[in-house]
Design a protein around this ligand. Sequence first.
Ligand code: ATP
Length: 805
Amino acid sequence: MINEKDWKQEQERLDQVIEKLQARIAELEPEVDGLRNQAGDIRKRFWEEVTVNTSTDEDFEETFYSIKQQEALLSERERSYRLRMQQWKSMNRLLQSPYFGRIDFLEDGLGFSEQVYIGVSSFVDSDGMNFLIYDWRTPIASMYYDYSPGAAVYDTPGGRVSGTMELKRQYQIREGELQNVFDTSLTIGDELLQQVLGRGGDSQMKSIVATIQKEQNAIIRDDNSRMLIVQGAAGSGKTSAALQRVAYLLYKHRERLKADQIVLFSPNPMFNSYVSTVLPELGEENMQQTTFQEYLEYGLGTALRPEDPFDQIEYVLTEQSTREYEARLNGIEYKASVAFLQALRNYAEWLGQEGMRFNSIRFRDRDLITVQQMEAQFYGYDRSIRLANRVAMLQEWLLKEVARLERKEREEVWVQEEMNYLDKEQYAAAYKELHKERGVFDFAEQYEEVQELLQGKSRRDEGDFDYAEREEELLRRMIVREHFKPLKRSVKKMLFLDMVGLYAQLFGNKDDYVAMTKETEVPEHWPDICEQTKGKLGQLELFYEDATPFLYLKELIEGVRTNTEVRHIFIDEGQDYSMFQYEFLKKLFPRARMTVLGDFGQAIFTQATELYGADSPLIRLYGESDTRLIRLVRSYRSTREIVEFTKSLLPGGKEIVPFERSGKKPLLSKAGSDEQLVARIAEDLAALQAAGYASIAVITKTAAESSEAYDLLIAQGCPPLRLVTKQTPTFEKGTLVIPAYLAKGVEFDAVLIYDASSRMYHRESERKLFYTACTRAMHRLLLYATGEWTRFIEVLDTSLYEVRQ
Ligand SMILES: Nc1ncnc2c1ncn2[C@@H]1O[C@H](COP(=O)(O)OP(=O)(O)OP(=O)(O)O)[C@@H](O)[C@H]1O
């Protein structure tokens, strides 16, 4: 804490700033109102102000310009309104807590030091010169995060500025009142951070703007790398840093970067709601948020249904180790690999020479255009032309063919039959069209008459409008056109390509696969893998592991539909994506930079990708020179006792450093029977709730276990509980029962591991799942078992936990 004199000065300055903010808000208010009304008025009276007259070309031109002018006026007013509104909002945000930090910086060569107060946005005195508050994203504010008092530098577009930081101070201000002031010397934030981290959890993530740590600041402000990879321990602030980074980028490039040009890939839809308040809290608009699954579904359309990653993981966790199980696991691994990606590329090349598969174009139970015709046409094109281009040429040819056959079809008997059954409305439509045509015909008639008069010729009496004949022709045309519409649509959608057949063709016998893909090796249990894949395809479904490869192949054949608007993609829980998926994303967003945040210690999916280390394939995605790796080892979420316990669960966990915040050691409770176990958990839940923990999670291994636990706990008369499934749309505060893989990325005041016995967690592949579950706890971690403890606990040093007697 600071001395009384300093406190008084700080309070005075705070009062002054608040007064100035209030004055500015009062000044802005009428402007905001005025502009809002003006824009509203213009919008309402838009058509009164423009003179619409289209009788002559000149009138038309005048009308056109009058509309343009009115539009320009409206958009100008709306722009100023938006700008003022933004200012007004950010002033109001500042009013509650104008700043959280201050540094006094003496620039080399200058005789005086500047007091730099730092807040969530800038505020300049009415003279326009004096910064009362600096936005945390300004270059000078970066020193607050990067340095302790002493020598310090910061980079500006004009070059590097060096000097001495004479003071570094932190503030807690609530509703305009100074609550705490700390002077920091060594590392920033320790005291403030202690306070922040000691608080209870929330159903929504919070901004960390006041306590960003140096290594997190490096992630936030990185502006050069095409690819930024962050490997960070559980709770090290990866997601938090990612969101601050979005806010930073939006500020730094505010002239050209809009929030919807940034996409965040979240681990599940619930996560979207969890992080959705951070950016608005910082005064920025939210970026686009999606899940990879959503992307897959969009890409595949309605024809094929992809399994989701949660069903896949349920299978992996619950099935017994049979031959089919091993085969599926091998399949998952192989289909996630770069080798398979290359195999598909080679396959596409092979298809350029032979083996394409088409669907014939059928109409009324007959082939209008046969597969053989398409093959002949397709392989008749110059073979040096790229596959996708040849497919486009074929599509064009098909559209022409369909149009030709449509004309031919008009003479068919069925058309005549259908004509007899036309209803009134269809007749009316035909009649209308006929009259339109008649109008044109009349005009042509008149023209011809005049021409002939002028030329002194007598007219032949031909060309009279034969109504009946025209009508029939028109009706035939109409009927056939209606029937051909779906055909044309299907050609436009490339449904003449037998995509399912093309993908299934890969999964035949080994020799064919090798010949088609130039692969030398196939994974073990290949025949089973083939059978499983084709079995699923037969039901018009795709395994999760097949969905991305299938789409990739589709793009290789049909041409890639890229998104060039998006400039940044963020991938949270990046270890859960396969290399295959990364390659796909790179292709999909050719103009975007990529930020990948993840933790290999939490890699619970079979297709996981190692992010860090020399052999990380992710580094090769954009090449080493375009890639920057950052590692976070300090964990902020959990107390020291919880981190000491969880880090020992991982072979490479030694490097994880807990943040100095103390609490109780994890508590192990063993019960004699399932009933006893449930009774004990129910008791503990009630005690935790009574102790004021607002967010509590009972974490299970699978969804099936969750629903069982939920039923038993409810039957035990537990206080209000909520069961979370993959369909749950948002996170809410309270007590939840949730499978570990859905709790990824989020945190709770207290975590209860429902069953940590050896029958639940024993396979090596389950170690990381167990670790992920335990690392969700901020303040309390309680573990239960009926039989033996899982071997992951058995081997731990007994000083790391307490055992309930
Ligand atoms: N610099 C910081 N200041 C304050 N709180 C922080 C800071 N860094 C992280 N935290 C807090 O630590 C917790 C964990 O952060 P976050 O969820 O971003 O970590 P993560 O690395 O994404 O975790 P996981 O991989 O386990 O999902 C959050 O409560 C976050 O607010």
